[in-house]
Design a protein around this ligand. Sequence first.
Ligand SMILES: Cc1cc2nc3c(=O)[nH]c(=O)nc-3n(C[C@H](O)[C@H](O)[C@H](O)COP(=O)(O)O)c2cc1C
Length: 314
Amino acid sequence: MDPLFSDTFPIVLAPMAGYTDAPFRMLCAKYGASGAYTELISASAVIRKNKQTLGMLQSRGEKYQLGAQLFGSKTEEIANAAAMVGGMCSRGACDAKFIDLNFGCPARKVVLAGAGSAILATPKKCGEIIEACVKKAGMPITAKIRLGYKSRNYLEVAKTIESAGASAICVHARTKDEGFGAKADWDAIAEVKNSVNIPVIGNGGISGPEDVLRMKARTGCDAAMVGRAALGNPFFFSRAKAALFGKEIPDATVEQKKKLFLDYLSLAEKCGCLDFGYAKAHAFEFARGFKGAAAERGKISRCKTLDEIRKYFS
Ligand SMILES: Cc1cc2nc3c(=O)[nH]c(=O)nc-3n(C[C@H](O)[C@H](O)[C@H](O)COP(=O)(O)O)c2cc1C
């Protein structure tokens, strides 16, 4: 699905606030993710040149297909932020190869500000935002949608997004109100695939490696996006890629997971973004499935420094 991803059937890491920092993305790419996204980044904070926000966009030497995901509510502001990201990329100051627009976030604060999934209620606005970004950014623009804000209007939204010039569309197969728990409606992904000519990335409900193959067969999507199943488990991508070829690779052992987490810390150190908050969030995820999980979680939550977290996994 050029120009975004080059693999025959790409499997990409979903954007996840609080988790998809550069070192975690790097680890997932190392184990087979064809691409990854930043966490959602506020367009208005980009415009204000907020230091922390620009840090999220800063080049860390990521060579794979990286999407910088922006969210906002004002067309002009989002387009200006996209232009700034485009400028950073052309100067080599940001590694993103495309800009993704968040039309799916259900968080109250985001929705009340008229951003994220709230924009789905007005398909015309989705189109205006894409069109403005395509004009200003000088790089491919994609969108990540849910099936709807209140009503399921995903076909109208998808067609509008395509007409506005988007290079691909990612469909998280749940409405805003369905949150993260409802069964993902893969038939809706198939409907979008049959209605547009741009690549469709399917998302939602992939919990095991074999689900990637099932989603591909059921929906005809061009790529699959994996979120929660990859948390604490970058090796998921190796297993999912193998499953595409009918091969089964066992899950990472506890020892392998400990080593993977230490690799995360090393990568974070190397790329200058070692952060206690992110490291602790990842630590909980990597420790999932350890024997006596509740007690182990307690031990992690009592860690006060990065060294204590490192020691726990050593
Ligand atoms: C902790 C967390 C943070 C998320 N943050 C974002 C985000 O920043 N941008 C976005 O588009 N989606 C975000 N999502 C949604 C995921 O990208 C994905 O659409 C959703 O988790 C469904 O995929 P899954 O079933 O494979 O997890 C987030 C999800 C989780 C669980």
